[in-house]
Ligand binder design. Structure first.
Ligand code: ADP
Ligand code: MG
Ligand code: ZN
Length: 477
């Protein structure tokens, strides 16, 4: 049997977060009653004329910049002609031969290795409406989505496994969410993916015939859909058959892909330049404005946090999973002496109660209060263990400040040397073997003894004092 190499290229349609549509002033609000966000322009009524949305252009430019694409000063909108009930004009305004940006890249991580995937192009286009079936026994069309601005990001066929494809999709989603151009919502359809899949004998430098898997609406399905498609193509080629180029859909219930239609070629769409719109001009001023507004990417954040703050890769990944998490951590750690402590506290305690929806997130506590809490630990006023207790109280009563809670609960680190000394003495006497080990050079055992003392003092002993006294008593023992 031949050993095959899998080749995948993804096309992603990302809805840009504008208030209004790409060529008219209609609202982009999701979930409104059908056909309420419409006007003559997005309904394609005769005599109406499109006008480009400047905010959409800026978001598109940011998308291109985030992907390291070249942004072209002049580009052309084109009509993509096809007939479908959800397309009132009979054509979609898109970009074809001269998109506004080309040739970028996206770095993905798979099995601990970084791989650079090429981006062919990013272009702007309008969304179509939505056909709804079985409404009162009928099929109906909702045109609220018609004309909503999309950025289509076409990736090079550089991906070599379904795992790489899923990693690409996640990295792209995170990048767009951090850039503030998209809410990353696969389920609501504001981030949609088509996967082009082919196989070829390993070592061959020619690509095989591809099939396009349409509209995969979850990260879990991408991988399953591609694996199913690779298995199907492998069986056909192994049996001496040929792959037909076509558009297929994935059915999560059967786990199989099935023919939707034979694949259209570009000439089937009779593309031609949109006569109602001038060439799109992205001048130096607009480019500079977009550049100035670019936030740090999740990859850049992770690199900075691991190298400058010494965070582990895992903690950095947790804190960069959402822009609001990253912002919370950056705010909470201000003034903190111990970035790792702050990071662990946010990652382990704060994020447990956090919820995200699109670009927004809710937390059970404020970053300011967490900053104050970390300050109390830093200055030795409370122990790390007490901090957890205070945190629980903060979640229960968000209006109370951490200092107030510490006062109300009477929590204070025991830094009374006499009280600590008796606890240390007791532990040194109770664990002679461990003390002997430390004396014999097994420094690691010290941690065990410190743990015992903290246990005895209910976690309230000043750790610095404990260590000092313990070392002193062991040396004397
Ligand atoms: P369209 O699908 O609209 O015709 P393109 O011809 O530009 O557009 O191809 C789109 C996608 O198909 C790109 O993401 C590209 O990486 C991918 N692709 C092209 N050829 C292959 C192939 N042989 N196997 C897998 N993916 C491919
Ligand atoms: Mg395609
Ligand atoms: Zn409209």
């Amino acid at each position: 049997m031949t050993d095959y190499e899998v080749v995948i290229g993804l096309e992603v349609h990302a809805q840009m977060l504008t208030k209004t549509k790409l060529f008219c002033g209609c609202s982009t609000n999701f979930g409104q009653p059908p056909n309420t966000n419409v006007c003559p322009v997005c309904l394609g009524l005769p005599g109406s004329l499109p006008v480009i949305n400047g905010e959409a252009v800026k978001l598109a430019v940011k998308t291109a910049l985030a992907l390291g694409c070249t942004v072209h000063e002049s580009s052309i909108f084109a009509r993509k002609n096809y007939f479908y009930p959800d397309l009132p004009k009979g054509y979609q305004i898109s970009q074809f031969e001269e998109p506004f940006s080309t040739q970028g890249h996206l770095d993905i991580e798979v099995d601990g290795k970084t791989k650079r995937v090429g981006i062919t192009r990013a272009h702007m286009e309008e969304d179509a409406g939505k056909n709804l079936h079985g409404v009162g026994g009928d099929s109906v069309v909702d045109l609220n989505r018609a004309g909503v601005p999309l950025c289509e990001i076409v990736g090079e066929p550089d991906l070599r496994s379904s795992a790489e494809a899923a990693a690409y999709l996640r990295a792209l989603r995170d990048l767009l969410v951090f850039t503030g151009v998209n809410d990353g919502n696969l389920e609501e359809g504001s981030f949609r993916c088509d996967a082009n899949v082919s196989i070829r004998p390993r070592g061959s430098d020619k690509f095989g015939t591809r099939c396009e898997l349409k509209n995969i609406n979850s990260f879990r399905f991408v991988q399953r859909a591609i694996d199913a498609e690779v298995a199907r193509q492998t069986a056909i080629v192994d049996a001496g058959g040929k792959i037909k180029q076509e558009t297929r859909s994935f059915d999560p219930d059967t786990g199989q892909t099935a023919t939707l239609r034979s694949k259209e070629d570009a000439h089937d769409y009779r593309y031609f330049p949109e006569p109602d719109l001038p060439p799109l001009v992205i001048d130096a001023a607009l480019l500079a404005k977009a550049k100035a507004e670019m936030p740090e990417s999740p990859v850049a954040l992770r690199a900075r946090w691991t190298s400058e703050l010494g965070l582990t890769a895992a903690t950095a990944a947790t804190l960069s999973a959402h822009p609001a998490y990253a912002a919370f951590f950056e705010s909470a750690r201000q003034g903190s002496k111990d970035a790792t402590r702050a990071a662990n506290f946010v990652a382990n305690d704060v994020l447990r109660g956090a919820k995200t929806h699109g670009l927004s997130a809710t937390f059970t506590v404020t970053a300011e209060n967490v900053r104050e809490l970390l300050g109390l630990v830093d200055s030795g006023q409370i122990s790390g263990k007490q901090a957890k207790e205070v945190f629980a109280a903060m979640e229960a009563e968000p209006s109370k400040s951490p200092a107030q809670i510490v006062k109300d609960k009477g929590l204070k680190v025991v830094s009374d040397a006499g009280a600590i000394e008796s606890a240390v003495k007791k532990v040194v006497a109770s664990f002679p073997d461990q003390v002997a080990s430390v004396k014999a050079g097994k420094k690691g055992v010290i941690g065990f003894l410190v743990g015992q003392i903290m246990k005895d003092t209910g976690g309230s002993a000043d750790p610095k004092l404990v260590n000092e006294l313990l070392n002193k008593l062991i040396a004397e023992a």
